[in-house]
Design a protein around this ligand. Structure first.
Ligand SMILES: Nc1ncnc2c1ncn2[C@@H]1O[C@H](COP(=O)(O)OP(=O)(O)OP(=O)(O)O)[C@@H](O)[C@H]1O
Length: 208
């Protein structure tokens, strides 16, 4: 059974369709990208896949644990980085924080472990958001522009981490902007008119 299968997913807001029959299936060890213009419905799709928003119709079939890095960062401004990690350690029922601390180090915000989230920069808040999504080493990872606010080195660190997840057989779905990232994916689809269109992306990359 594949880690994630999406069948005929529909969503409309106030009668205006945003997703109109989304279908795809992801394999283990796959880095899958979804691109699309502002307002195309990318975040809506990811929010539905993560269970944050109900679909109007359709099926989502998962096999495995899920990690979700949302576009809108949800942190408690009064808790430090370390307190967030301990909170999610309990939520995920993890025996320790070894992997979380590795991620903190790799993303270069180790020096902020004692800092309250409300005092972190936007990019560092995003690093914590990403660490929380990955610290339980989930089978399937859904990420919505996960490197927003990252400087170039951390942007590259992010892609190293994503590549390693894929190489370890995890299934990685990333919503992305087309400019830098297009060649980093194993498979890429454009969300347009409420549907996932593969041919349009291929034409754009090859100039066909
Ligand atoms: N809760 C909501 N209520 C009403 N309309 C919504 C809601 N959420 C999203 N929309 C609308 O649905 C459409 C798709 O929004 P969505 O945020 O999914 O697009 P996106 O592709 O992620 O855009 P961006 O690249 O700007 O993040 C937009 O027109 C948006 O205004």
């Amino acid at each position: 059974m594949n880690p994630l299968r999406v069948v005929d997913l529909h969503k409309a807001f106030r009668g205006r369709p945003v997703l109109s029959g989304i279908e795809f299936e992801l394999q283990p060890g796959e880095l899958f990208g979804i691109i699309g213009e502002n307002g195309a419905g990318k975040s809506t799709l990811l929010r539905i896949l993560a269970g944050e928003l109900p679909a109007d119709r359709g099926d989502i079939i998962y096999a495995g644990t899920l990690g979700y890095c949302p576009q809108n960062i949800v942190l408690n401004d009064d808790l430090t980085v370390e307190q967030h990690l301990r909170f999610f350690q309990r939520a995920y029922r993890l025996p320790g924080l070894l992997h979380a601390h590795e991620l903190v180090e790799r993303l270069g915000f180790d020096q902020h472990r004692g800092t309250r989230a409300g005092l972190l920069s936007g990019g560092t808040r995003q690093k914590l958001n990403l660490t929380i999504a990955l610290m339980h080493d989930p089978d399937i990872v859904l990420m919505d522009e996960p490197y927003q606010g990252f400087d170039w080195d951390n942007y590259l660190n992010f892609w190293d981490i994503a590549g390693e997840l894929r190489d370890r057989g995890r299934t990685v779905l990333i919503i992305s902007h087309i400019a830098h990232d297009i060649e980093r994916f194993d498979r890429l689809r454009r969300l347009r008119d409420g549907q996932l269109d593969e041919s349009a992306v291929i034409e754009e990359v090859t100039g066909a």
